[in-house]
Design a protein around this ligand. Structure first.
Ligand code: FE2
Length: 413
């Protein structure tokens, strides 16, 4: 199949993408727009991009908002209480049904690569077992990485270390952590050392919920970065949230950035979730409770945006559209300079793919998988400005989603 009349990011003109045997065979420029022949798909001047990426979501919790009761205060703490009520009724089929429904929402927005955290602070590892099945059953729609996520801690939860080890043995791809939630600073540090050792031994990637608190004394990012530096694992390590960095003073951050650069670790920010959950202990002025995304980016570090939640006890909104999160993130993180807007899709495509270590499995280039999304936009700026929708999603050379563009009518005109 050929995709014709496509625009490409950061390039002028129209292009033809030749797809063959599930791979991109070649990409050539067109002198002018032309009509589609047989076995050709007309992009109609839309922007062909590598699929959008969701680098941070909790598929085991999605679509549970309001069950059995709504989070009325909107706080993290009432969310934990509501989740505790919902958790009591969870079954294997329930987890699978909600995860697959959410994957359908992600598919509809052109997402084909997802990293989900799954709570493994459960002696039965029920959610993990369900998600491992979901991973297989949704392979035709997207690639799923599963993080063994110790929601209630590694050191401060009974058998936490054994559960993490067992989760990796069962097939989780990524080692998680939550050092700021451990009972003591020492436990937080030892949890990071433990999880890095586990990842190094098993060859797994790392993605830690790190310093997801407005507490400026929460400083586990330096521990994670130093462990990654010493073990030379930075490219395989991601620090998620790091919202305490939004409360660190500049003197500490100046020193921290030197280490972060040396470590080469990746960052995920979830701006809609963080702006909603953080800042809750402030009166006015209120902190944003978001990490220093623009500063990390400007310092040459890899940073991307994720959704975190879709309709769960902590965050009642969300529809799977990562471009909505990009829009919010650009606002919240002071990233609307024209030069940033022109490359804004980096934060939901290439940067995210790098954090997920997708390597040659990702990108529009000959020899890479024929995974292409056509956005209703001419370029990055246009995509954000008009809140573009994914019009067509192609995976392994096959169309898996096609959206009919909306049509407006003006009867009085
Ligand atoms: Fe999270």
């Amino acid at each position: 199949m050929n995709i014709i009349n496509a625009r490409l990011r950061k390039r002028e003109g129209l292009f033809t993408l030749v797809l063959q045997d599930g791979k991109i065979n070649q990409i050539t420029g067109q002198a002018a727009s032309r009509k589609a022949g047989p076995d050709e798909l007309d992009a109609e001047g839309g922007l062909a991009i590598a699929p959008l990426v969701e680098p941070h979501i909790h598929l085991d919790a999605t679509l549970t908002a309001g069950e059995p009761a709504w989070n009325m205060s909107g706080t993290l703490f009432e969310g934990i209480e509501r989740w505790g009520q919902r958790k009591a009724t969870i079954t294997h089929e329930d987890t699978k049904r909600r995860a697959l429904a959410t994957i359908g929402m992600l598919r509809d927005h052109g997402i084909q690569h997802v990293r989900t955290h799954v709570d493994v602070t459960d002696p039965s590892l029920a959610a993990l077992r369900a998600l491992l099945e979901v991973k297989q059953e949704s392979r035709h729609l997207l690639d799923l990485q599963i993080v063994a996520f110790p929601q209630e801690g590694i050191e401060s939860f009974p058998n936490g270390r054994a559960l993490m080890t067992q989760a990796i043995e069962l097939g989780a791809d990524v080692v998680g952590g939550i050092p700021h939630f451990e009972n003591t600073r020492d436990q937080g540090v030892s949890s990071v050392k433990f999880l890095m050792e586990l990842a190094e031994r098993t060859g797994c990637l790392v993605d830690v919920h790190c310093d997801e608190t407005d507490d400026p004394q929460s400083r586990f990012l330096e521990v994670l970065a130093e462990e990654a530096r010493v073990r030379d694992m930075g490219a395989r390590v991601t620090a998620s949230h790091t919202v305490a960095m939004g409360s660190y003073d500049n003197a500490y951050c100046y020193k921290l950035f030197r280490l972060l650069r040396q470590s080469g670790i990746n960052f995920v920010s979830c701006p809609t979730e963080s702006i909603h959950l953080q800042g809750r202990f402030d009166s006015w002025p209120k902190r944003r409770g978001v990490t220093r995304v623009a500063e990390l980016d400007q310092a040459g570090m890899n940073v991307c945006f994720g959704q975190d939640s879709i309709k769960d006890p902590w965050y009642p909104l969300g529809n799977g559209n990562i471009l909505r999160v990009l829009d919010a993130g650009l606002h919240i993180c002071h990233m609307m300079g024209y030069d940033t807007l022109q490359r804004s899709l980096d934060f939901v495509t290439d940067n995210s793919a790098r954090a997920l270590n997708l390597g040659e499995r990702y990108g529009l280039a000959p020899g890479r998988p024929a995974n292409v999304v056509i956005l209703d936009a001419e370029n990055d700026y246009d995509a954000v400005c008009h809140q573009a929708k994914a019009r067509i999603s192609i995976r392994h050379g096959q169309v898996i989603m096609r959206r009919r563009p909306e049509q407006l009518e003006y009867p009085q005109a």
